[in-house]
Write a protein that binds this ligand. Sequence first.
Ligand SMILES: [Fe+2]
Length: 236
Amino acid sequence: MSRIFITGDTHGDIDRKKLDVDEWPEQNKLTKDDYLIIAGDVALRWCDTKPDGTLTESDSEMIRWYNNKPFTTLFIDGNHENHHALNSYPVSEWNGGKVHRLDDSVYHLMRGQVYNINGYAFFTMGGARSVDIYNRRKGISWWPEEMPSRLEYEEAISNLEKNNMSVDYVITHCCGTSLQPCLCAFDADSDELTQFFDHLEFDFGLKFKHWYFGHYHRDKRIDDRHTCLYYRIIEL
Ligand SMILES: [Fe+2]
């Protein structure tokens, strides 16, 4: 049985130090059959490709770094990603859901999907609203696709209905509006995505064992079923 770990935002080069061997020696025991899930703001793709279609040096180095790790990397998108570049990858199917495969062992888990990993059902829904938009430039350092489209919301509902509104784990970047006051975080604005998550949990009655999310840059177990992750790496 493979092992599954999950952590919060890595922000390109800024917070990936937590995945260095010195910081997380457990990785020495892992193989490509084991998984690390990152709950958004990975920024594996930040720059756009060069005119000849090749990756920029910084993006290709980053992807190679993850691909050279002993484990398989799975990530959802946050609001600090180049969504344009991510969406340029072909969509393929992996363990029952749609993915973008960035390299042999680096996968972007797309929005509104349900995957079967180790016999557990994982629902993933990346995206979040940026509060630092004033500091960023559209198409250069900010992309409007950071928020899900109507089709992505519909696909989420449809896939959850196929699973009888019941999964084992939920992985998102932001959390539901109702949890935001527990975080007292700078990013705690309610928006259509955070409202959608409350809608899933309280109106649709989504059943799940645990909901993990990032975005708020803190490690906090809010209650028995909701955990915000940033620097911690936990094993499911
Ligand atoms: Fe972040």
